[in-house]
Design a protein around this ligand. Sequence first.
Ligand code: UD1
Length: 390
Amino acid sequence: MNETLRSPGPLLCVVGARPNYMKMAPLVRAFGQRSDVPDVVLVHTGQHYDVEMNERLFADLELPAPDLNLEVGSGSHAAQTAEIIRRFEPVLDRILPSCIIVVGDVNSTLACSLVAAKKRTPIVHVEAGLRSFDRDMPEEINRVLTDQMADLLFITERSAADNLAREGIAPSRIRFVGNVMIDSLLHHRRRAVPPVETLAREGVGADFLAGAPGFGVVTLHRPSNVDDPVALRESLSMLRDIADRLPLIWPVHPRARSNIERFGLASLQNGANIALLPPQGYLEMLGFLAGAKLVLTDSGGIQEETTALDVPCLTMRDNTERPVTVLQGTNTLVGRNRSQALACVDEILRTGGKRGRIPELWDGRAAERIADELYAWLGLSNARRVTVLA
Ligand code: UD1
């Protein structure tokens, strides 16, 4: 009987929805720069599928086209998650990866982790440990469950380690490496498209910004803000009031767009100083965020991006899973509190608003650190030593 070392299987990287791509792109780049490592197989679940939510961002981020697309499409949480599970299982059986790498907190992150956990395939979770402590957010459930299953957890801020410790996750499984989303931002910042170019391409006249004290950027897509007619009405009228102070640019997410129509709220946007645009590419969005006087958002990623860009961010939520953006960065939680939001806007227009500092390790090198850690970890614990009969 002798022992041989079988070469490790590929790294199976999973993406599903728009916010995954800017996290995965630097990882795929970092893995590709090392010759001593397994190949990458990139699997897209197809949770997001529109060209403007997908191909355009892949191109902007220089993320290679996926090797496989499971084309699950939209559905209820149960239906979408179940369909991803069903379609991902045979992929895992065929590829036999060293590990799967999942990012963030979307349904694809949880569904693919669940398949891997049952098959005892190691799971690496990038952006682990963030907690809003709000189970009304579907992402919170995805975060908690994915972290319970993950074997190696990469965190973006120190508070995540405390959250994971409270949930009984051994510190030996956790690595603080920084923020891959900020890797993308710093890598592509010089290529950002100037806002005036994007506006002109979208047919917004130059007079939109003429004489204004700059512009604000809006993104809104959380079910808590856009799935409930009362909440959506409140959000829209708050934005109208803010737009009286400075023009707003709003690339509208498909979920928000369809609900504005469904609830008959489109008239609330008439005559408001708001440019409604279709979803934008990564480089166009980066141009908007970097050039904005302020940003109004309910996105998690944009809270981090504005902190990295030192642009004041008013988050239209009552909580955040990214507390470092409030404690150290430029973020302020305003929920749908109109008077608080207006006071913040006035303050920003008067003084420039809250200034922050760049959080620890948000330096553009998180993916390199992850690559280093991952290979050490795979080499120690996962090189497949198999016994064969001579
Ligand atoms: C999902 C993620 C959320 C993430 C967001 C970013 C979950 C639970 N939610 O929410 O964490 O912040 O993506 O966008 O995973 N639609 C299209 N085209 C598409 C995709 C969706 O028109 O390419 C429409 C469909 O009508 C769909 C709706 O948008 O029903 C919502 O899409 P879905 O993926 O279910 O959730 P998001 O709100 O995008």
